[in-house]
Design a protein around this ligand. Structure first.
Ligand code: NAD
Length: 478
C-alpha cells in the first residue's frame, strides 16, 4: 500500500487536513494507495510559498536549471520500475505500457533540458545607436493539473517544460493516480532547490481550489473538456494564462480500396490500446461501404483475440478500465447506441467478477449523430459508421465538437492531401494510427483545448517575452 505525502513550501508531509482518499486496484478492487486531501486553505498557503521561491529560481542561469532537469531525469529513470508498477496498480494499464510511459517521460525531461537553454530571444534591427532585443522570461508560478491515463509521460512534459524555463510549479496529479504523482515528485524534487516544486493531492475540488487561486501565472491542465472549461472560467477571473489539452473524439476514415485486414489492425490498435484510454485513441470509424463487411469481420476477430487480464500479468494485452465509475460511462454509451439500433458484434457486455474490466467492443450499424460516435467514450470500443463515399466520410470526420487528431487510411494521394488540408484538427495521420516524428507538437482545436501541450513549443507557453530598447542618454554616448 502506497502512503502518499504532499510537498508544500519545500516541506514533505505538509497539510492534509481535508481527509484522505483511497485508490483501489482496478484489476481486483484491493486498496493500493492512501493519499491526503488538501484543504482550500492549504492550497492557498502552498501557492503563497511557491511564489516566495519563484524569484530565485527565475534568476538561476538557464544552463544551471537545465543541469538540474538532467539530474531530475536521472532520478526518474532510477525510479522507473517503481513508477511503472505504481501506474499499473493505480490505473490498470499493462506493465510494459506503463514502462513505456515512464521512458517517454524521461525522454521528454531530457529533451527539454537540452532545448530550453538554446531557445533564446531575438535581436531586433532598430536605430544604429540603439540596442533592441527580445528576451524570454519565466512566467512565474505554474499550476499543473494532470490526468491518470498516462500519468508519468503527461506530467513530465508539463513539469519539465515549466521548471526548466524558470517557473516554480505546483503539481496536482489525478486522484486516480496519486502515488504515481508522489513518486514522480520525490524523484524530481531530489534534483531541485527546495520550494521549486510542490505536490498537492486530492480530487477535483482540490484542482478547482488550485485553479481559482490568485497569484498563479499559468494554469496548465491536461484532462477532460468539462474540467478544462471550468478552469478557463477560473482563469478569466484570476487573469492566469490557461493552457488546455483536453478530450477528443478522433475519427478513423477507411477509404475504398484499402486492404480491410490491415485497416482492421490499425483500427484495433487505435481503439483498444490502453483500453481506449488515450486522448488520441480512435473513437469513431467511418468505413467505405465497399470494404465495410470484410473490415468489420477482421476487427471483430482482432477484438476477440486480445488477451484480457490484470496489467501486472505479462501476457495481458487488454487491462481493466480505470474504475467502475468510468466503466459505467463506457457501457452506458454502448447500450444507448444499441437502443438506437446499433448492433454489438464483439464485447459490449459487463463481465462478472472483480475489477473494472470491459471487453474490446465492436459496434456496427452506428450513425454519425449517436452519442457513442460524437462524444468521447475513452474505452475499448469501436463504433463503426458505413459511408458511401470519401466525401461523406471526410464530412463526418470534420463534424465534431472536438479537434485533437484524425487518421485516414487511403491509397489515394489526392484523398490524403484533401484530408490533411480539410480536417479541422491538430494532427492528421495518413495510413498509421499512431507514430510521428519526435518533437511533434500540435494545437488542439475546439473542445480539445488551446495552446501547445507538447514539443519544443510548450517551452514557449511557459515563457513570456520582453522587448527591450537601449539608447545612450541624451542621444550621446554611455
Ligand atoms: P479530468 O479533467 O477529470 O481530471 C484531470 C485533472 O483535473 C485531475 O487532477 C482532476 O482532479 C482535476 N480536476 C477535476 N475537476 C477539476 C476542476 N473543476 N477544476 C480543476 N481541476 C479539476 O480528466 P481525467 O478523467 O483525469 O482524464 C481523462 C481525460 O483527459 C480525457 O478526456 C482525455 O482525453 C484527456 N486527456 C487529454 C490529453 C491531451 O493531450 N489532449 C492527454 C491525456 C488525457
Amino acid at each position: 500500500m502506497y502512503t502518499v505525502a504532499q510537498l508544500m513550501g519545500g516541506v514533505w508531509g505538509a497539510g492534509g487536513e481535508g481527509g484522505e482518499l483511497v485508490v483501489h486496484d482496478p484489476a481486483d478492487g484491493t486498496p493500493v494507495t492512501r493519499a491526503p486531501v488538501a484543504t482550500a486553505d492549504e492550497v492557498a498557503k502552498a501557492v503563497e510559498a511557491a511564489r516566495e521561491a519563484a524569484a530565485e529560481w527565475a534568476a538561476t542561469a538557464p544552463a544551471e536549471r537545465a543541469a538540474a532537469l538532467h539530474r531530475a531525469a536521472d532520478a526518474v529513470e532510477a525510479a522507473a520500475e517503481e513508477l511503472a508498477r505504481a501506474t499499473t496498480a493505480e490505473m490498470g494499464k499493462p506493465l510494459d505500457d506503463a514502462r513505456g510511459g515512464v521512458a517517454a517521460g524521461v525522454g521528454t525531461l531530457r529533451q527539454y533540458a537540452e532545448l530550453a537553454p538554446v531557445r533564446g530571444g531575438r535581436t531586433l534591427h532598430g536605430g544604429h545607436d540603439a540596442l533592441d532585443f527580445m528576451t524570454p522570461e519565466p512566467r512565474g508560478v505554474v499550476a499543473a493539473i494532470t490526468p491518470w491515463n498516462d500519468p508519468v509521460a503527461v506530467s513530465c512534459g508539463l513539469l519539465g517544460a515549466a521548471l526548466v524555463t524558470g517557473n516554480v510549479v505546483l503539481h496536482k496529479p489525478s486522484e486516480r493516480a496519486p502515488a504515481t504523482g508522489w513518486l514522480l515528485a520525490r524523484a524530481l524534487d531530489s534534483a531541485l532547490p527546495a520550494g521549486v516544486l510542490s505536490l498537492l493531492t486530492g480530487g477535483g475540488e482540490v484542482g478547482a481550489a488550485l485553479a481559482g487561486q490568485d497569484g498563479l501565472d499559468v494554469v496548465a491542465h491536461v484532462g477532460s473538456t468539462a474540467t478544462g472549461r471550468a478552469i478557463a472560467v477560473a482563469g478569466a477571473r484570476t487573469g492566469a494564462k490557461v493552457l488546455l489539452e483536453n478530450g477528443g473524439s478522433d475519427p478513423l476514415l477507411v477509404d475504398a480500396g484499402v486492404d480491410p485486414v490491415w485497416a482492421a489492425e490499425q483500427a484495433a490498435t487505435g481503439c483498444f490500446a490502453n483500453a481506449g484510454q488515450i486522448c488520441v485513441a480512435v473513437e469513431r470509424v467511418y468505413v467505405h461501404r465497399d470494404v465495410a463487411g470484410d473490415f468489420v469481420d477482421a476487427l471483430v476477430a482482432r477484438a476477440e483475440a486480445l488477451v484480457v487480464g490484470a496489467g501486472a500479468d505479462p501476457d495481458t494485452q487488454l487491462g481493466p478500465l480505470v474504475d467502475r465509475r468510468h466503466r459505467d460511462h463506457v457501457h452506458g454509451q454502448v447500450t444507448a447506441a444499441v437502443a438506437q439500433g446499433a448492433r454489438v458484434r464483439a464485447g459490449g457486455a459487463l463481465p462478472d467478477g472483480p475489477g473494472a474490466f470491459y471487453p474490446a467492443t465492436v459496434v456496427e450499424g452506428c450513425r454519425h449523430e449517436m452519442v457513442l460516435v460524437r462524444e468521447e467514450t475513452f474505452g475499448p470500443v469501436a463504433p463503426v459508421v458505413v459511408v458511401d463515399s470519401f466525401d461523406e466520410g471526410l464530412r463526418c470526420a470534420a463534424d465534431s465538437p472536438y479537434g485533437l487528431a484524425a487518421t485516414v487510411l487511403t491509397g489515394s494521394m489526392s484523398h490524403a492531401q484533401r484530408a490533411w488540408r480539410e480536417l479541422p484538427v491538430g494532427t492528421v495521420k495518413i495510413n498509421s494510427v499512431f507514430g510521428g516524428a519526435p518533437g511533434g507538437a500540435a494545437q488542439p482545436r475546439r473542445g480539445s483545448g488551446q495552446g501547445f501541450g507538447y514539443g519544443p513549443e510548450l517551452l514557449d507557453e511557459f515563457r513570456t517575452v520582453k522587448a527591450v530598447h537601449l539608447e545612450a542618454p541624451g542621444g550621446g554616448h554611455w
